[in-house]
Write a protein that binds this ligand. Structure first.
Ligand SMILES: [Fe+2]
Ligand SMILES: [Fe+2]
Length: 256
């Protein structure tokens, strides 16, 4: 079920009661290239046997090229469960994220960019997110117009996350991002680039909402798997290299 901002004040639907738990598979940083054949078809078939919903955490393509998105869309035909996802910075590289989004939308992916979805009684909120840093060293909107525009882009992405969380009335919510809302899952990356891997603004926003069971992100290929927001919400870095190298798995599984 897709939700819009206008739905926020409506009473809950009298639908079938939500199931006790859903099994959620998650994976980010697929980086589909244009010269690969069926890179994820088998994996999506396996995910469909083991999970109820799949979350894709951005960098779905290498450069945001149309053929890359089409290869991924073709592989998604093997996925028989609902798919939610966000784009990553790599999906913007060619300057046509709308085209990548269109192709994936037509392949059945429910893309989060300020929207929210309810699947099997679980709410899904999120968006790509953006960068800006953490704690006292977070970049502030001071000085040159370029700096102010940069910080505003971070604030705008965070506002999308906030509005998507606000749309949901579910008791259980999963947040899907590309950039990291906390610094803890970036350990292993060079400290100099932490401010370019995410923003604490997102973590602070998530902590203002009850019912968030977990936050999923990608982007930090050399980071670690697990951390928590300041209020204790579990955060998982499901970037494919992290899952492969640190956990020895192809995708993460959660009972929500
Ligand atoms: Fe990536
Ligand atoms: Fe990325």
């Amino acid at each position: 079920m897709s939700l819009s901002p206008d739905d926020a004040d409506l009473p809950p639907e009298t639908a079938a009661p939500p199931r006790a738990a859903i099994r959620l598979a998650a994976l980010g940083d697929l980086h589909v290239g244009e010269n690969v054949e069926r890179p994820y078809r088998e994996l999506f078939a396996r995910v469909s046997r083991e999970a109820d919903v799949l979350a894709l955490c951005g960098d779905l393509t290498n450069f945001g090229k149309t053929p890359e998105a089409e290869i991924l869309a073709a592989d998604l035909a093997a996925c028989t469960i609902p798919v939610v996802g966000v784009l990553g910075n790599h999906d913007y590289e060619c300057g046509q994220p709308q085209e990548v989004a269109r192709i994936l939308h037509e392949a059945g992916v429910k893309l989060l960019d300020g929207e929210a979805y309810e699947i099997e009684g679980v709410g899904f909120a999120g968006g790509k997110g953006f960068i800006g840093g953490y704690g006292r060293n977070m970049l502030s909107a001071f000085g040159e117009p370029a700096i102010k525009a940069f910080v505003q882009a971070s604030i705008d992405e965070n506002l999308k996350l906030e509005s998507s969380l606000r749309m949901l009335k579910t008791e259980r919510t999963v947040v899907v991002l590309h950039y990291s809302p906390i610094a803890a899952t970036l350990e292993g990356e060079p400290p100099e680039i932490f401010p370019f891997l995410g923003s604490a603004r997102m973590g602070e926003t998530i902590d203002r909402f009850d019912g968030v069971r977990c936050v999923l992100h990608g982007h930090a290929h050399s980071g670690v798997y697990e951390g928590r927001t300041p209020r204790g919400v579990p955060v998982y870095n499901v970037a494919r290299p992290v899952l492969n190298r640190r956990l020895g798995v192809e995708f993460a599984l959660f009972d929500i």
